[in-house]
Design a protein around this ligand. Sequence first.
Ligand code: C5P
Length: 236
Amino acid sequence: MFGLTANRLPQSPNRFLPLSLRCLITAGPTREFFDPVRFISNPSTGKMGFALAAAAKDAGWSVDLVAGPVSLPEPDGVMVYPVVTAAEMHRQADALFGPSDVLIMTAAVSDWRPKATEPQKLKKDGQGLTIELEPVPDIVSALAEERRTDQFLVGFAAETENVEANALDKLERKGLDLIAANSVAGHEGAFGSEQNKLIVLGRNGFREVLGPASKAVVARQLIDVIARLVAARAAS
Ligand code: C5P
């Protein structure tokens, strides 16, 4: 799509190009309830998304952060929109996407949700419980369908195997410009960790490895990559 490779990208003289961008970031897990007090979710802590929000703000961008349930302080100068379920995240992201230049989808959206939510707390009866799940619509794919060509879409891919091949498949399938892949296999697991290593993959063979380093450092590097790619596209 861009016809760019890493070594043909314009390098910023400072760490960030002086681009004033509006950025929408999603972070954290979602919760999908099957009764008023029980839900399915995942171990995402939201740290990477919050670090990206802080790094984007430091780069001079205006940042909207749609956050699932997390226990993190709000980054200074960032508009935070708390949500709980994938449906709420979808609605909120949809409402903020139009004026955004960049979307970074770090949220670990639940892939399934209970087909029905009981209005009252389920009683234990000593028996097992079977819950029927349905797929959750893919938020970033839906946003990609309504995107303008000047918007830049970044996804994340947490993989346990074939990290790059699976991430490239998601890049295509979800209509993204860039995907940040990390291994969540065994000791390399990124959930909740302070450290991260990302393999950033784009169109036409773009590939950069960020880290391993703290999530704050990797976040600044990823914002820098996005700024360079957005600037290169605007200049082309
Ligand atoms: O398919 P998978 O969940 O691995 O894809 C991860 C990417 O897709 C992330 O950017 C995530 O935020 C996004 N996603 C989404 N809606 C879903 C599931 C994932 O936007 N229902």
